[in-house]
Design a protein around this ligand. Structure first.
Ligand code: BDR
Ligand code: CA
Length: 349
């Protein structure tokens, strides 16, 4: 069992990522940091607690992060993820006296990162699928955090690829560019350039947009959990609710329906990119992706390019590489694993 700490802005695909971690027998989810992003931080906490309650796991500590980015006002993405972050899905109310589910900690998300890393020195796998606000705050408090982690996987950025928030910037970086820049700048020194294997892994849109959930893949998941299911269709009335008898599949289908509709309206087809679940899968098994080392930095000043992640592939800056950037993935292998794990887990609920 690999201890994993997840920092999320739940979010439809964050919820799918958490479901994957909970469904993975080789992982123990030891804590969740809630970061403001797709929806405000209190809603992220509610979503995380509700999902844990639904899955009947835990108790797992859930910590509240900063309600605002380091140096810029918060923007949220209800158009993409729905008014509460989970599309059309309705989660159970968190039950504070239940033996299972999530437990909201008295300490904040930055402190939670540090506590988890100290509890599992050299073993903890860190996963960030939201803005880097709380990870940056944790680094300020504990500069040796990178050395305490076994591995860090970040979903963020777009490398030689268009953005999804501005023409050149990706959502997680765009929400808190200063946090991302701060994290990337300490990496070189803190992560130990003597050991490139220890550099963090960054998965940008250039990679994660290969992971497209479709109605037929989603119906494979439902079938694995709950018996035969027919695929959703673009012709269905908008907001049609899931009829699955499985509570987790119902939530995932109702969340995904909204995400499909958003992608459709963006001209991408009736599908949805599972950025964060790919990052969760990589956190447990980095070998499912091919990487290239580079030095990464974030543009903060450009009037047109603020929030852009720039990778110096050829060493023009004369700075040591500070990241492994994901450049190739096999989506079929990813979905086989995702459906097998989450389908089996859902069937046990
Ligand atoms: C990222 O932005 C968020 O909306 C998603 O949850 C994902 O983490 C993709 O750009
Ligand atoms: Ca996210």
């Amino acid at each position: 069992m690999q201890p994993v700490f997840a920092d999320v802005d739940t979010g439809v695909d964050d919820a799918m990522a958490l479901a994957y971690l909970l469904a993975s027998a080789d992982a123990e989810l030891v804590g969740i940091a809630s970061t403001a992003g797709n929806v405000p931080v209190d809603q992220v906490c509610v979503n995380n607690l509700g999902l844990l309650q639904l899955c009947g796991v835990g108790p797992i500590p859930v910590s509240r992060g900063s309600s605002v980015p380091l140096a810029t006002p918060l923007r949220t993405a209800e158009d993409t993820h729905g008014p509460r972050g989970l599309g059309y899905a309705e989660l159970p109310e968190p039950n504070p006296v239940s033996e299972t589910g999530g437990v909201l900690t008295e300490y904040d998300a930055a402190e939670a990162w540090i506590q988890a890393a100290r509890e599992y020195p050299g073993e903890l796998i860190g996963l960030v699928t939201g803005p880097l606000t709380n990870f940056a705050l944790a680094l300020r408090l504990e500069p040796s955090l990178p050395r305490l982690l076994r591995r860090l996987v970040i979903m963020g950025g777009a490398f030689d690829y268009r953005g999804n928030t501005t023409p050149v910037s990706e959502w997680n970086i765009s929400v808190d560019p200063e946090a991302a820049a701060e994290v990337f700048s300490v990496w070189g020194a803190a992560w130990g350039l003597d050991d490139p294997a220890h550099l963090p892994i960054i998965l940008g849109l250039n990679l994660t947009e290969n992971i497209a959930m479709t109605p037929s893949l989603l119906s494979r998941l439902a079938t694995a959990a709950d018996g035969p299911s027919s695929p959703m269709s673009v012709l269905d009335e908008r907001g049609t609710r899931s009829t699955s008898s499985n509570a987790l599949i119902r939530v995932l289908e109702d969340a995904m329906r909204f995400y499909f509709e958003f992608h459709y309206d963006q001209g991408e087809g009736y599908l949805a990119h599972l950025h964060d679940p790919l990052a969760a899968a990589v956190a447990l098994d980095p070998d499912i992706v091919r990487y290239q080392q580079a030095t990464v930095d974030v543009e903060l000043l450009g009037t047109l390019t603020r929030g852009m992640t720039v990778a110096d592939w050829r060493g023009h800056w004369g700075r040591q590489p500070n990241a492994h950037i994901g450049v190739e993935v096999d989506p079929v292998a990813f979905f086989d694993r995702f459906i097998e794990r989450v389908g089996r887990f859902a069937s046990t609920l």
